[in-house]
Design a protein around this ligand. Structure first.
Ligand SMILES: Cc1ncc(COP(=O)(O)O)c(C=O)c1O
Length: 385
């Protein structure tokens, strides 16, 4: 039977495939970026109460009012403009859907989106489903800094948008003021929309503070700000994300979302609203826990000669393995590591349009209990140390 050409470029996510392999061979799974611990107790209780309390039907397509209200409050501070829950917010099924809806909203056939690579594997397929494509702007390892000239040089007459993910998966970079200013300059000069992916906006280290690109004066009118609850509250399976944008962009995003998924799961949206009410002690504790995880795991990487800097945000370590196994490429190395050490990781190529760019790199996700990370560290030391 005929299938559409666009589907021929959609393959199983390599990251999800690594998870499957890890499960089948009993490896410690540091491939896919999800926690092996539960959301906060109060949030689980709120979900149960919503399920038992009759909140089981469709919600308003763009989100349960209480959740939109909390998001609007939060983003008025983060973005510095008067976010209206009834006009500017769309709750989606995860950041993945929010990015897809943003692309459906702004891209026509043949359009291009600039994406800083390495990049999360969802953006290319999302563009493809919108009959558009991504154009990579490579951030050079090991610093992964944005080169403004490279960004400007990637613009063509078909460029419509720049996607920026900060804190950044997989590099752990938090883009600084100079990098964001350079990005804003290119966006304004070429009249581009900025689509952000700020799913790790609460997971920063060493006192760094998140700056939403859409809070920059120059970008306010042209930014679709995207975030999600999955990482912050350890609930990636709940599929809660959102997009926040000025009216003209928000209307278009909502339209796409309405006909793609109708709405996110109603009882989980109710619990998501409860999560956003947790006090600063929850966020402080969470960040302290991530510091402990980063310290334990990145020290183990150093000890065995897997060269990775310290991430500034998010919960990944991108390591160069060539000092250990120069004979292997990234795919061979991850399979070897899974078999020999029993630790699952992700080959660098997954994050690049040109697989060769990732051939010396491997990514580990450390959003795990300390016992899990200690197990992984012991296994790495036993095999590589
Ligand atoms: C940068 C980034 N964007 C998006 C996603 C997917 O988000 P969601 O599970 O909310 O769809 C992830 C998940 O790992 C991610 O790391």
């Amino acid at each position: 039977m005929h299938v559409a050409a666009r589907t021929q470029h959609l393959r199983e996510s390599v990251i999800r495939e690594m998870t499957r392999l890890a499960l089948s061979c009993g490896a410690v799974n540091l491939s896919q970026g999800f926690p092996d611990f539960d959301p906060p107790e109060a949030v689980l209780e709120a979900a149960t109460a919503a399920l038992r309390g009759g909140q089981n039907q469709y919600s308003v397509s763009w989100g349960l009012p209480v959740l939109r209200q909390r998001l609007a409050e939060r983003y008025r501070t983060m973005l510095g403009w008067d976010v209206d829950p009834d006009r500017h917010v769309a709750v989606t099924c995860g950041v993945t859907e929010a990015v897809a809806c943003a692309f459906f909203a702004i891209l026509d056939r043949g359009d291009e989106v600039l994406v800083l690579e390495p990049a999360h594997e969802t953006y290319g397929p999302a563009a493809l489903l919108a009959d558009a494509s991504i154009v990579p702007v490579v951030l050079e390892a090991p610093e992964f800094r944005l080169d403004p000239d490279r960004l400007a040089a990637a613009v063509t007459p078909r460029t419509r948008a720049i996607l920026v993910n900060t804190p950044h998966n997989p590099s752990g970079r938090v883009f600084d003021a100079a990098e964001l200013a350079a990005l804003a300059e290119v966006a304004v000069r070429h009249d581009l929309v900025v689509v952000t992916d700020e799913i790790y906006d609460e997971i920063l280290y060493d006192g760094l503070v998140h700056v939403a690109p859409g809070s920059l004066e120059a970008l306010r009118e042209r930014t679709i700000t995207i975030g999600g609850l999955g990482k912050t509250f350890a609930m990636t399976g709940w599929r809660l994300g959102y997009a926040i944008a000025p009216s003209s962009l928000a209307v278009a995003v909502r339209g796409a979302h309405d006909f793609l998924t109708v709405c996110a799961a109603t009882p989980l949206q109710a619990a998501g609203a409860a999560a956003l009410q947790l006090g600063t002690d929850y966020f402080d504790r969470m960040r302290a826990d991530y510091h402990d995880r980063r310290a334990l795991f990145c020290t183990a990487l150093d000890d065995v000669g897997l060269r990775a800097g310290r991430p500034q945000g998010a919960y990944y370590a991108m390591a160069d393995f060539t000092g250990l196994r120069p004979d292997l490429d990234d795919l061979a190395f991850t399979h070897w590591l899974m078999q020999e050490a029993g630790v699952a990781s992700v080959p660098g190529r997954v994050f690049y349009s040109d697989p060769a760019q990732g051939r010396s790199l491997v990514r580990f996700a450390f959003a795990k209990r300390l016992e899990t990370l200690q197990d992984a560290a012991d296994r790495l030391r036993a095999t590589l140390g």
